[in-house]
Write a protein that binds this ligand. Structure first.
Ligand code: ARG
Ligand code: ZN
Length: 873
């Protein structure tokens, strides 16, 4: 039952206004909807088809009267009205059951029926579980929402838009009304009702609007909301300064819930967050959590313009809002925290998650051509590769040009539902460029290969750089076409100094900031005034999401590690040296002589007092096993694990004195400070400690000291991870202590589950299975399932791919169990089998068997079936 981009048709019926009245109750909520509908002038008397699922019809009226039976049809997925006049008022009443809604789409209950609160999740197709409606993003309506509920049980009532009255409803009930002046698609609808505490502040926008900024959470979590409130204000200010975008309602509400399938949701004026991305304090959150809160709070807030004010015409355009908003989020964190660190993390994510996705059976274009379950397209490709395309456009147009382009995009399309073509057209019109070739980035799956080669002519003092690209064919697609690739480039002399980039007149253009735009299959640049063979640094800042093939001598990489002033490429040089050694170990061709170039390069950077400690920590972090397996066929996960461990031990041993020096350096920051420098220091120290624990068991004494004296979660967790990794005799007791200390803190317990799920032990599968019966584990809670089972499947390759298939069986059984509760979560778990074809024959057969067995079971959800079918295709 696939939906196709090519079949898109504008809606024949529009909804101009919606009035919703909710009588809220966890067991049975009654929803009355009044839709003002209008038939498109150009269309004939087509029926009005409204989406609706899991709704019990209580009443139906058109223009104030009942509708004869032959003029309406109801089925499991829709309500169709026939022979309506060109404008009409449709009133429906439905009963829904929030407490029984474990899918967590539509209106559902977070927490217990006695004490929890009610909330909604509508993107992509949850609104149809609330009322009958054309549940598609190109139907934009003005909403008026009235909530009624028991006052004692649900003291706080929230919906999108501006507050427009509240009062007593008699019988212990009260009501509140909200009017949202901005027309919006149904996926942005939200309500929240329950016993929530709040913290708040006022923000005055650059346009002079006074905005109440309010963060809501349950009583036991409200003390952890201060950081989020701070982040919201930072995001508001940043979007004004960097993109000229101001907030547009009287209030901005944010709510935290422990029960959420995804990260967070940008509902208009009422963002709802997975508590994991909103709550943060020094005792219950790590430094990474603090940064993730900053980024996700920013992300959802930035959607107010990129997603809400300008929305998507259809779900194929999902990356129009997500790619652009991820890019904005990345820029926000880069500007207010650390650009290099954020870039390294984003590229690591791309390599770990998006490249394998793009190379396997679940590969799809950033703008898919068809889908049977849209919820399965909230992927690394749509989000992260989508953001890379936006980043490349920003690089190609320059900062000013890109800003002008976005300004035009907003002014042209404010209040509309548009396409990726509209986005490119606006950027192109504002900068006088034809951006049509960029559409291929959205249409073509697969990771392009970029091959660079150079020739130096000593006599003429010229250096010729040739770039070639190719997106090779795979089993399920033909070879791709050439794409526009911005390649940020620098040349360095042997002394480490930057050489000016002077291309001759016959070369393709080079921008002022050294960007070469490759827009065909191949091009050559002739650089003049290059006296000796230069060291070439390509794709600075990772300017295009491609696989680079470049023949660089190890000594040249070491030079870049020392002298590159682009932090990302400096890190990349070290990373490349490390990967080469890894490949040698794996192939059994490692020579001891090669190691020092890498370790000396790292030592040199570590000894440099000017270095950002966060970058230093990244230099000491090897790629994970998933990344190291990427691009290798067939994968032997055990061999990858062993080779990586050997390389890490070699690094630790070689750098032991440097690591100790780093750890013993006096630290001038308070250990509970959370500013960027304090976080960076902790990151480096904990990385050094982890490596030392690898180098020699005697260093575990340092770990134990830190374990006893830690005054923040980052340090405590880092120490615990070292004890576990070393399989120290006191590790089990430490785990118990940790669980006791944090027993009432669900988000911290999630980390405790993840730590054990990712420990590369022989009996990992059995341990994870046993943990599913721990009292704190709940199959109904996505965070718990992700923390234990998804972490095991994705971040414990050795355990998941155990040769006897125990890991596969555990995940397959878990998928079955979760599919009966929360199909979206089951589908996400099932993507961990997506790479099955890349493994050696025994594992390949076992994984395939589990996929087929899952598919053959009765009652497979649409979401899960879609992942399984595509995995096998
Ligand atoms: N729009 C949300 C965000 O990126 C994610 C919503 C995910 N919903 C889903 N059904 N997958 O901020
Ligand atoms: Zn988003």
């Amino acid at each position: 039952l696939a939906v196709r981009l090519a079949d898109y048709q504008a809606p024949a019926w529009r909804v101009t206004d919606v009035e919703l009245v909710f009588d809220l109750d966890p067991e049975a909520t009654v929803v009355e909807a009044c839709l003002r509908v209008e038939r498109d002038a150009g269309t004939d008397a087509v029926p009005l088809r409204l989406d609706g699922e899991s709704l019990e019809l209580l009443a139906l009226e058109v223009d104030g009267g009942p509708l004869p039976a032959e003029r309406w049809r109801l089925d499991e997925r829709s309500l169709t009205l026939l022979d309506l006049p060109a404008t009409a008022t449709v009133r429906t009443r439905a009963r829904i059951r929030p407490a029984a809604n474990t899918a967590l789409q539509g209106l559902y209950l977070s927490g217990s029926a006695a004490a929890g609160f009610l909330l909604t999740q509508c993107e992509a197709e949850g609104f149809r579980r609330i009322t009958w409606f054309p549940d598609r993003p190109d139907v934009l309506a003005r909403y008026t929402v009235t909530l009624r509920a028991d006052r004692a049980r649900f003291p706080v009532l929230l919906a999108n838009g501006n507050a427009a009255g509240a009062g007593d409803a008699g019988g212990g009930r009260h009501w509140a009304r909200f009017v949202d002046p901005h027309p919006k698609p149904s996926y942005l609808f939200a309500l929240v009702a329950g016993r929530l505490e709040r913290i708040e502040d006022t923000f005055v926008t650059a346009e002079g609007r006074r905005v109440g900024v309010v963060v809501h959470a349950e009583a036991d979590a409200i003390a952890q909301c201060g950081w989020a409130l701070d982040c919201i204000k930072q995001a508001m200010r940043w979007d004004e300064a960097r993109f000229g975008r101001c907030y547009d309602l009287d209030a901005f509400h944010v709510v935290a819930t422990h029960d959420f399938t995804m990260g967070a949701m940008e509902n208009k004026g009422l963002n709802i967050f997975n508590s994991k991305y909103l709550l943060a304090d020094i005792e219950q959150a790590t430094d990474d959590d603090f940064r993730h809160v900053l980024a996700v709070v920013g992300h959802e807030y930035f959607h107010n313009w990129t997603g809400n004010r300008v929305t998507c015409r259809d779900w194929f355009q999902l990356s129009l809002k997500e790619g652009l908003t991820v890019y904005r989020e990345q820029e926000f964190e880069s500007d207010v925290a650390s650009r290099t660190l954020r870039r390294i993390e984003d590229v690591r994510t791309l390599w770990r998650a998006q490249f394998p996705e793009d190379a396997g059976p679940l590969a799809h274009p950033v703008r898919p051509l068809h889908y049977s379950a849209i919820d399965n397209f909230y992927t690394a490709t749509v989000y992260e590769k989508g953001a890379e395309i936006v980043r490349m456009l920003a690089t190609a147009l320059g900062r000013e040009g890109f800003r002008r382009g976005l300004d035009l995009y907003f002014s042209r399309h404010d209040g509309r539902a548009v396409t990726i073509e509209d986005f490119l057209a606006a950027l192109g019109a504002a900068t006088g460029r034809d951006l049509a070739p960029w559409l291929a980035w959205y249409a073509q799956p697969g990771t392009p290969e970029l091959v660079a080669s150079g020739r130096h002519d000593a006599q003429a003092q010229r250096y010729a750089l040739t770039l070639r690209q190719r997106t090779p064919a795979t089993a399920n697609r033909p070879e791709g076409q050439a794409l526009p690739l911005p390649v940020a480039t620098a040349l360095f002399g042997r002394d480490g100094r930057r050489l000016p980039l002077r291309a001759d007149a016959a070369s393709p253009p080079v921008s002022d900031d050294g960007v070469l735009l490759l827009d065909g299959a191949e091009a050559t640049w002739q650089f003049e005034g290059v006296a000796e063979p230069p060291v070439v640094s390509l794709l600075r800042g990772y300017s295009a999401p491609v696989r680079l093939h470049q023949d660089v001598a190890a000594a040249d990489l070491a030079l870049l590690a020392r002298h590159e002033d682009d932090g990302f490429n400096r890190w990349l040089a070290v990373d490349t040296l490390g990967r080469r050694l890894f490949a040698d170990i794996l192939a059994g061709t490692a020579s001891p002589a090669a190691l020092p170039l890498w370790t000396d390069a790292i030592a040199a950077v570590l000894g440099d007092d000017g270095i950002d400690p966060a970058l230093a920590a990244e230099l000491l972090t090897l790629p994970d096993e998933a990344t190291l397996s990427e691009g290798r066929v067939p994968v032997d996960p055990e061999a990858v694990h062993v080779a990586r461990a050997r390389l890490e031990t070699a690094l630790a041993t070689a750098l032991e004195p440097d690591l100790l020096r780093c750890l013993d350096r006096p630290v001038a920051v308070a250990s509970q400070a959370i500013d960027a420098p304090a976080q960076a220091r902790r990151r480096l120290r904990n990385r050094c400690m982890a490596l030392l624990a690898r180098a020699a068991p005697t260093h575990l004494e340092r770990v134990r000291l830190q374990w006893r004296e830690a005054v923040n979660l980052t340090d405590r967790l880092a120490a615990l991870a070292c004890l576990l990794q070393a399989e120290a005799p006191d590790a089990p007791a430490a785990l118990d202590d940790f669980a006791t200390r944090h027993a009432s803190q669900p988000l911290v317990l999630d980390k405790w589950f993840s730590l054990q799920a990712t420990a590369a032990r022989d009996d990992a599968a059995e341990r994870v299975a046993a943990l599913t019966t721990h009292p704190a584990f709940r199959w109904e809670n996505p965070n718990k399932v992700y923390a234990l089972l998804l972490a095991f499947a994705l971040r414990n390759p050795r355990g998941f791919h155990r040769a006897d298939g125990a890991g596969y069986r555990l995940i397959a059984e878990s998928i079955t169990r979760v599919d009966a509760l929360t199909p979206q979560v089951a589908a996400r778990l099932a993507t961990s089998f997506g790479g099955w074809r890349r493994y050696e024959p025994v594992r390949r057969a076992q994984m395939r068997h589990e996929i087929e067995r899952l598919r053959a079971r009765p009652h497979v959800s649409t979401d899960l079936a879609d992942i399984l079918d595509r995995s096998l295709a």
